[in-house]
Design a protein around this ligand. Structure first.
Ligand code: SF4
Length: 215
């Protein structure tokens, strides 16, 4: 690891992060989005999870990954790294590409956020990267991965660790496929072993080991 990719020391500004999340929860920049904003709360962490956008259940339950995709996602982390849902929520900063429910498409399924909405919400993500200086970022799903790198195909990125730098903040990126039932790639012959490889990389990452050590 060279100096460009070595994680920066943590800022540990809990009060600043609390203020950030308070401002985020009040955000109404996107007129087509359905408030309230969904946040995982001001968790000071060297690990950041980046989801895509909440579904219709998350705003009612008040936390990200609160429904079926979350059950699968937390099972993955528990089986691979021994971190259960409660420990994960208390130890990992949970961000997203967009923090509001985009609404349903006329044809069914959730609307994909527009490029303009993604750009507006990325300002929150950039600020969080600055504030947390994560050592590890885990984007979940193609839309989340695409905020950090070209990702036409999951086969080309899942199962690998990438050393990136965004806004002067270096971090490791370990992409995961989306855990919703609507994303069948993870069951495919190519996807299954790559997902297992990605989860092993996450489980062995020093920032995750640090969380496991803080029981
Ligand atoms: S999607 Fe993001 S930028 Fe848009 S209103 Fe919600 S929190 Fe604000």
């Amino acid at each position: 690891m060279n100096s460009k990719t070595k994680p920066l020391p943590p800022v540990n500004d809990k009060a600043g992060l609390i203020k950030h999340v308070e401002s985020l929860l009040k955000c109404r920049r996107c007129p087509e989005m359905h408030p309230p904003v969904v946040s995982g709360g001001p968790v000071l962490s060297r690990v950041m999870l980046v989801g895509q956008a909440p579904g219709d259940k998350e705003p009612k339950l008040g936390r990200p990954f609160a429904w079926t995709a979350g059950k699968t996602l937390f099972r993955w982390f528990n089986e691979a790294a021994g971190i259960d849902e409660a420990k994960f929520r208390a130890s990992v900063y949970m961000a997203a590409v967009c923090r509001c429910f985009p609404g349903k498409k006329a044809s069914g399924g959730d609307r994909v956020p527009s490029p303009e909405e993604i750009k507006k919400c990325s300002a929150w993500l950039d600020r969080e990267l600055e504030m947390l200086r994560p050592a590890l970022v885990i984007p979940v799903g193609k839309l989340a991965i695409a905020q950090f790198m070209e990702a036409d195909k999951l086969n080309g990125v899942v199962g690998q660790v990438f050393r990136l730098n965004r806004g002067g903040v270096p971090f490791d990126l370990i992409p995961l496929p989306h855990s919703s039932g609507a994303s069948p790639w993870r069951y495919s012959a190519a996807g299954k072993p790559l997902l297992a490889k990605a989860l092993l990389l996450i489980a062995n990452h020093p920032a995750i080991k640090e969380i496991k050590g803080n029981k």
